[in-house]
Design a protein around this ligand. Structure first.
Ligand code: SAH
Length: 374
């Protein structure tokens, strides 16, 4: 850790000062600060999307191709039609990045004009930098768009159509390490002037971890995101009560398999040390889809999936859409083919990424959710 970069104090040294004042912090608190500190947080200060040669840290599905948003848009509109075209729908996106996904969804939704007529669009975005980018991207969308920092108040009185791509992987995560004392929470502390991992001296009380220590090897790690589970349950409860649908797409595992840890740092398309440069590197973790599905059921929704992104997009007609676009513009045929491959091939995003849906209990089927992930 370098205390100073140029003339300004680094986020790492501000976190170290906080730890020295208040004691070790949870991995979740570290993640929140590293990603969203208003002055120096990763998302709060940059637009990270794009290829490495353009200074980007990573590329997401909507940035790969407009077809991704089109498929998701048609899925949402179909859910609205299946539920009898409820009045005053609200379309919410969690963590809209550059606003590209929402722009593609709204364009695709023009095929069902009634949907757009009374639609209110709400973008949940904590980063002022990305908000400004979204504002620009959506300036000509024709939709009434407003922003909120958090999903919360005021979103529970209308049918809720919600989409999130690569949002849940960025939510703060807690980690517990199996020791001979039981499950001890992993904390971020300061050693020799640098941030370091340590363990809480007292084991976590039983309800925090539903598994007995005997089921895990010594040193095994249990990860959970209380923030993600609470949010998923809230969304499901609104959908169960008011109607609507949620489509959550992310990278992660279908069910926990062993006790590996998945929190990772990424900078310039390369893996980095999680503690090395808070604010400079992106932090994310695999989404636990079984846990999210459980939270959705807890909220009272019908839960579909997860299915693999590859199976999901293919079932929704991605190949046909690529064919259509290629015949309209033959010079793009190669790049369309590459985009389909990138989004659906098992060695690329097709299997690691998954889709999960919440619907009102009376509507328990939807396009794309017929197959189990491979
Ligand atoms: N969905 C976009 C961006 C994914 S990156 C895409 O697919 O391209 C994560 C997004 O969520 C960013 O816009 C980031 O600023 C936002 N974000 C991360 N944590 C957040 C939080 N706790 N509250 C609100 N927004 C958050």
């Amino acid at each position: 850790m370098t205390a100073h970069e140029g003339n300004s104090v680094t986020l790492a040294s501000r976190i170290a000062a906080l730890i020295e004042a208040q004691g070790p912090m949870s991995v979740a608190q570290f993640m929140s600060i590293a990603l969203l500190d208003p002055a120096q947080g990763y998302y709060a200060t940059r637009d990270p999307f794009g290829p490495r040669d353009k200074g980007g840290d990573f590329i997401t599905a909507p940035e790969i191709s407009q077809m991704f948003g089109e498929m998701l848009g048609l899925w949402l509109v179909q859910a609205w039609i299946d539920q009898g075209r409820p009045q005053n729908p609200r379309l919410v996106e969690l963590g809209p990045g550059r606003g590209t996904l929402m722009a593609d969804i709204l364009r695709a939704a023009r095929q069902a004009p009634g949907f757009l007529d009374q639609l209110e669009v709400v973008l949940i975005e904590a980063s002022p930098v990305l908000r400004a980018v979204q504002q620009q991207t959506l300036a000509d969308s024709g939709a009434a768009v407003r922003w909120q920092n958090q999903f919360g108040e005021g979103l529970d009185e209308r049918p809720l159509f919600l989409v999130a791509n690569e949002f849940f992987d960025a939510l703060p995560l807690r980690q517990y390490v199996r020791t001979d004392r039981g499950w001890c929470e992993r904390m971020v502390t300061v050693e020799n002037d640098a941030l370091a991992f340590g363990l809480a001296p007292v084991p976590a009380p039983r309800p925090a971890i539903p598994l007995s220590p005997e089921t895990a090897p010594d040193g095994g790690v249990y990860e959970t995101s209380p923030a993600a589970l609470a949010l998923a349950e809230d969304i499901a409860a609104i959908i169960a009560r008011r109607g609507g649908a949620a489509l959550l797409v992310d990278y992660g595992y279908q069910s926990r398999n062993g006790f590996g840890e998945t929190l990772q740092a990424l900078g310039g398309h390369r893996f980095a040390d999680v503690l090395a440069a808070p604010g400079r590197d992106d932090l994310s973790a695999h989404v636990d889809f079984a846990a999210l599905a459980g939270a959705g059921r807890q909220g009272g929704a019908a839960v579909l999936g997860p299915v693999s992104q590859g199976a999901f997009l293919t079932a929704l007609g991605l190949d046909q859409r690529a064919g259509q676009l290629a015949s309209a513009n033959p010079s793009a045929a190669e790049s369309l083919k590459a985009a389909v491959e990138r989004l659906t091939a098992p060695a690329q995003m097709g299997t690691l990424f998954k889709a999960l849906a919440f619907l009102p209990p009376a509507f328990d089927s939807a396009p794309g959710f017929m197959e189990r992930p491979k």
